[in-house]
Design a binder for this molecule. Structure first.
Ligand code: FAD
Ligand code: NAP
Length: 546
């Protein structure tokens, strides 16, 4: 099959290794992109900073790590054989199980031979006259017609901005960079900073081993019992039988999860008793669909308060010491504006005598010392320090790569005031550079595997169409991008999301521009827009043939 561009005609390209497409990242996104492009007959090279496939599930090996979208839905749908042969064992799969699954996918489809592991891409430069990207990756130089950033939304781990954070002499871990080595916290004094989704999963597990556990909490979090349990073979078979329909429904749903409800009633139309019952039902079912009990929980502050108050009562019921319960209860925060967490025995963990909550809003950390953590009140002497402090989300890993063009554009400069994209797929001025689940797409507000598959399929169809029509270059037009950015902002400003102090907004990274990054309009609606754009000869994109 012919390639997109005959690189053998280009002396400069010939002197480097040359490919049709370079993909950066070998998580769910990079692997499926590789699979699709190879099916098109393209020559593809993947660079992966990690030592193996898996992305999120390669790096986040902390105890307790698991998905919070149900396993049967948090998986690829592109291969009927794959989805029939793989057997998930728990409602929410553990990190090791998800990692085994991704490894199985890599082996089953013979993907590894196209991936260079332990290789981080540092820069990408587009020569507009030659229509070629030059990629520099740990001493390797490569040319490609296209570059696809499959770098992940939650892959740039963030250390806390605390004086002395690298000074501690004991064992140090970051949940997002957890080493693949044995660890044992038995008999040890452990400190954890951070109580987001990672902290909430990790803390109960560490509490089981450690002699003393100190949790340093800056902001209390809303978390629901996940309701995790083993899956039985009958329900797995049932789902497998109806997979075609389930996947179809997920693709057109608001969140990419077929089993989530699409509420039609306002919380404010229901009576307090009706609400109590409805919230209790969703609470018992478990899962982040709690904020979908009514249709206005993320739209109306009063409606949100009804859901938040119910969740607050539940925290108080789970924690025995009223003072600790009070400190663990989020105040002045709307539920769901920060990512809702799912847990197993998180709040109950604080009932254990060796687990202490340190409220660092009241007694701030002043420094990390060689022996532990010093707050305004005392020094906590520790053997182990764990950072569960999150990520420079959505733009972090893209902007760590120095991306420039021959017309003098730099992506870091262009995105100084916040990311600008058309559909979260491309950014104007950077031809032949695609992003998977980029800012401006539903990405982190959805079941990400569904969003990843949609982007990968759109991008590969686009490349196939370009080849068919002899088109060499594609880029978003500035006007389409401006309209899209306006649309994304307008939609999010109609919700409560921008009011949370969340990583969705970049609020967790000092100096990061505050822009609500994901598209809130829903997976189904977004898919329709993308399909419509493609079927109207990629309206909003422009092509060059030479
Ligand atoms: P990633 O899995 O992040 O992979 C990106 C890869 O790119 C990484 O391996 C990274 O090393 C590599 N990379 C980045 N920059 C470079 C570079 N410059 N050079 C070379 N390689 C590079 N989503 C859900 O929908 N449901 C869940 O239940 C869920 N649970 C999660 C749990 C945790 C602990 C975390 C952190 C995230 C979770 N997510 C969840 C989001 C998760 O990130 C996505 O679901 C999905 O795994 C993302 O896949 P990806 O391939 O896009 O990115
Ligand atoms: P996070 O949600 O950003 O939480 C980071 C935590 O660290 C917060 O409690 C934050 O406090 C605290 N923190 C950060 N810097 C600090 C500092 N300098 N001093 C004190 N505390 C500090 O990160 P995360 O928990 O890693 O989760 C990130 C995302 O990954 C999630 O939202 C989710 O999308 C995904 N994830 C999913 C799962 C799952 O269940 N499937 C599990 C883990 C992660 P503040 O709130 O005060 O900033």
């Amino acid at each position: 099959m012919s390639t997109i561009r005959d690189l053998s005609q280009d002396a400069e390209a010939e002197s480097h290794q040359s490919f049709d497409v370079v993909i950066v990242g070998a998580g769910f996104a990079g692997l499926y992109m590789l699979y699709r492009l190879r099916e098109l007959g393209l020559r593809v090279q993947v660079f992966e900073a990690g030592g193996n496939v898996g992305g999120t599930w390669f790096w986040n090996r902390y105890p307790g790590a698991r998905c919070d979208v149900e396993s049967m839905e948090y998986s690829y749908s592109f291969s009927e054989e794959l989805q029939q042969e793989w057997n998930w064992t728990e409602r929410y799969a553990t990190q090791p199980e998800i990692l085994s699954y991704i490894n199985h996918v890599a082996d089953r489809f013979d993907l590894r031979r196209h991936i260079k592991f332990n290789t981080r891409v540092q820069s990408a430069f587009f020569d507009e006259t030659k229509s070629l990207w030059s990629i520099q990756a740990d001493g390797t130089s490569m040319k490609a017609s296209f570059c696809v950033m499959a770098t992940g939304c939650l892959s740039a781990a963030k250390a806390p901005e605390i004086e002395g954070h690298d000074r501690f002499d004991g064992e140090t871990y970051h949940t997002g960079l957890w080493p693949d080595t044995e660890f044992n916290f038995t008999g040890k004094k452990v400190g954890v900073i951070g109580t987001g989704s990672s902290g909430v999963q990790l803390i109960p597990e560490v509490a089981q081993q450690s002699k003393e556990l100190y949790v340093f909490q800056r902001t209390p979090t809303f978390s629901l019992p996940a309701g995790n349990r083993p899956l039985n073979s009958a329900e797995v078979s049932d789902i497998k039988r109806s997979y075609t329909d389930l996947r179809k429904r997920a693709r057109i749903s608001p969140t990419g999860v077929a089993s989530y409800p699409v509420p039609t009633q306002s919380a404010l139309e229901a009576s307090p008793d009706e609400r109590e019952i409805a919230y209790d039902v969703r609470w018992r079912i478990g899962g982040t669909a709690y904020t979908r009990t009514y249709n206005d929980i993320m739209l109306n502050a009063q409606a949100n308060q009804t859901a938040a108050d119910f969740a607050r009562q539940k925290i108080k019921a789970r924690v025995r010491d009223p003072e600790v319960a009070e400190a663990l209860t989020p105040k002045d925060v709307m539920i769901g504006t920060k990512r809702l967490c799912l847990d197993t025995e998180y709040f109950e963990t604080y009932n254990k005598p060796h687990v202490k909550l340190i409220d660092i809003k009241n007694t701030p950390i002043t420094e990390i010392t060689s022996k532990g953590i010093r707050t305004s009140q005392t020094e906590y002497i520790l053997d182990v320090l764990i950072f569960a402090t999150g990520f420079d989300a959505m733009t972090g890993s893209i902007l760590k790569v120095d991306i420039r063009t021959s017309s003098g554009l730099s992506l870091a400069k262009k995105w100084k005031e916040g990311p600008k994209t058309y559909l979260g797929l491309m950014t104007a001025g950077f031809p032949n550079l695609f992003m998977i689940t980029g800012p401006g797409s539903p990405s982190v507000l959805s079941n990400m595997v569904v969003s990843i598959e949609q982007h990968v399929e759109w991008i590969s169809d686009c490349m196939a169409s370009m080849r068919l029509n002899g088109r060499l270059q594609i880029q978003a037009t500035s006007s389409a991008e401006d309209d899209w950015v306006h649309h994304v902002n307008e939609l999010s400003n109609g919700t409560l999301f921008p009011l949370g102090n969340s990583w969705y907004l970049g609020a967790n990274v000092p100096g990061k521009p505050r822009v609500f990054m994901p598209y809130v309009g829903g997976v189904g609606r977004y898919r329709e827009i993308c399909t419509d754009v493609a079927s109207n000869d990629y309206k909003g994109f422009e092509f060059k043939n030479t």
